[in-house]
Design a binder for this molecule. Structure first.
Ligand SMILES: O=C(O)CCC(=O)C(=O)O
Ligand SMILES: [Fe+2]
Length: 522
């Protein structure tokens, strides 16, 4: 239960509410809670009644009321599915309200009708779930609820009395790298490969400590590591991009983390945002307790089906051209295009994007078969994440085990592989969406699956056969449209070699592998 009044001289926020998790009555429109304001104390000041945001979404965690200064537009928003609960009618009669808002579309409609900045409306829609104690109309991040999982990451910034762009930047620049982090750097890759991955949210204390730095824009790469990184213009081996080379920025070489800049036009991004808005729902986390999901990942997301719009198809086409990975949705190689919207405080705690999280799977007798049974479309080879808007502050994508973070830039994208060539998840690729400190963040974290085929074959002939085969596989790995092929499993039994091979992506590649291995084993 919250009931705190906070006054900063300009505007006042009155918090009230019950936790949906602990009060089942709150989760229905018939709830007595909705008929009374007892649990949501509303104290409008006569000289300040400018804004009221009332979250009645059944799953909402809090009732939120805000009043702004007289200079702010007068607006009352009501989020959720209950159309006209009594308290709202009461407020209408008091002349405070301008409309009822049901769902995303209506929020926009209301905003247009009252000439509100739709960006502001986006903020209103999202911040309610972002665990912030206070947010003003411009969505400035001020204080976080103590339960926020990334509390530590933003603590220093959040507790700064004057939270301004300048302050945030200064903190980011001057923040010293703690000595123990520097020391641990030397072993970072080895160490991370040994970590347990039994849980989707597993990250070590060190990961969190590093994250705190990365979210402020630090890099933990050494000067020598950084000196090998380049920015260049290239076509990535794609004939299609030869006429339209793209700007590539290297953030890390091993593992590879690349940014592509100025990739999408503002109107394409606007279309993606527009297509997403009516479909937005609380984002989920695979395997996580549903009611806790928002603690791990506090964004809204929408799934866009490729054929529905030429822009969606164009995006998939661009990803395929840049990565060499196939993006045919019908063949399940690409998941549906997912768009994500984070409000102030919005974040995604450190996680891996690959699916076969459990080490036990790889230690079992026939991991490849198990993998394909559990995840028939294969695992997620890579992630290609597009940033769809300019984030005013915060919202970097951080890779604590690599020691780099990527700034979200409108129209840019970041790309990394989630799997090692063996097909196992690359534990170095733990990453997080740093909390948005100011504004909103829209992105498209598109994952690409292995799909294609598995082939299992035996080589009984000779060691020479095995060596030849190996050489051939390495040769095939360089196949232009098959960036991440794997030959994952070699079991020596006397001179019998059994290979299972999860082959990714290119049908040509699969065919060659199958033909070649058949020839060798016959
Ligand atoms: O938004 C980000 O920066 C990261 C998002 C992410 O990792 C995901 O959606 O899987
Ligand atoms: Fe991710």
């Amino acid at each position: 239960m919250y009931g705190e009044n906070v006054t900063d001289g300009v505007w006042q926020t009155v918090w009230g509410g019950v936790d949906a998790g602990t009060d089942p009555a709150y989760s229905t429109c018939d709830s007595p809670t909705l008929r009374t304001l007892d649990h949501c104390p509303l104290r409008l000041r006569p000289h300040h009644p400018r804004i009221l945001i009332f979250d009645y979404t059944p799953s909402s965690t809090h009732c939120v009321f805000q009043q702004l200064s007289p200079t702010q537009p007068k607006v009352v928003m009501m989020m959720g599915t209950c159309s006209t609960p009594p308290p709202f009618l009461l407020l209408l009669m008091m002349g405070v309200c301008v409309g009822v808002v049901e769902g995303w579309g209506s929020v926009e409609h209301l905003a247009r009708a009252h000439s509100l900045d739709t960006i502001i409306v986006e903020h209103l829609k999202t911040y309610l779930r972002q665990h912030l104690q206070e947010v003003d109309l411009r969505n400035n991040f001020t204080r976080m609820l103590p339960t926020h999982l990334l509390q530590g990451v933003v603590k220093e910034v959040a507790e700064d009395p004057v939270l301004s762009l300048v302050t945030t930047r200064r903190l980011a620049k001057d923040w010293p790298v703690p000595l123990e982090v520097q020391k641990q750097e030397e072993n970072k890759v080895l160490e991370s490969q040994e970590m347990e991955t039994s849980d989707v949210i597993s990250s070590t204390p060190r990961d969190k400590q590093v994250l705190s730095l990365l979210c402020r824009g630090h890099t933990l790469l050494t000067a020598s590591e950084s000196s090998h990184l380049k920015c260049h213009v290239g076509s990535r081996g794609s004939p299609w991009l030869r006429l339209m080379p793209v700007k590539v920025e290297e953030h890390s070489l091993d593992p590879a983390i690349l940014s592509f800049h100025d990739l999408f036009l503002p109107h394409q991004l606007a279309v993606l945002r527009q297509l997403s808005r009516p479909l937005l729902e609380q984002a989920r986390v695979q395997g996580a307790d549903k009611s806790l999901t928002y603690m791990y990942r506090s964004s809204y997301n929408a799934w866009l089906r490729g054929p529905t719009h030429p822009v969606v198809r164009a995006v998939n086409h661009m990803i395929a051209a840049l990565t060499g990975l196939e993006m045919d949705e019908d063949k399940e190689e690409a998941e549906l295009l997912q768009t994500n919207l984070y409000g102030a405080g919005g974040h995604y705690i450190p996680h891996m994007d690959f699916l076969a999280l459990y080490r036990s799977l790889w230690e079992s007798d026939n991991p490849v078969e198990k993998l394909m049974k559990e995840f028939p479309n294969g695992d997620r080879v890579a992630t290609f994440m597009i940033y769809m808007n300019k984030v005013e502050e915060g919202g970097r994508t951080a890779f604590p085990r690599v020691g780099v973070s990527v700034e979200p830039r409108e129209g840019s994208a970041v790309f990394w592989y989630n799997l090692l060539p063996s097909g196992k998840g690359d534990l170095r690729m733990l990453h997080a969406a740093c909390p948005v400190l100011r504004g909103t963040k829209w992105d498209v974290p598109q994952t690409v699956s292995t799909s294609c085929c598995i082939t299992t074959f035996k080589l009984t002939n000779s060691v020479l056969g095995f060596v030849l085969h190996h050489v051939q596989l390495v040769h095939l790995m360089n196949y232009q449209y098959c960036t991440v092929p794997f030959f994952s499993w070699f079991n020596y039994k006397k001179f019998e070699v059994q290979c299972s091979c999860v082959v990714t992506q290119s049908p040509q590649y699969c065919t060659s592998i199958v033909l070649y291995s058949t020839a060798l084993s016959s």
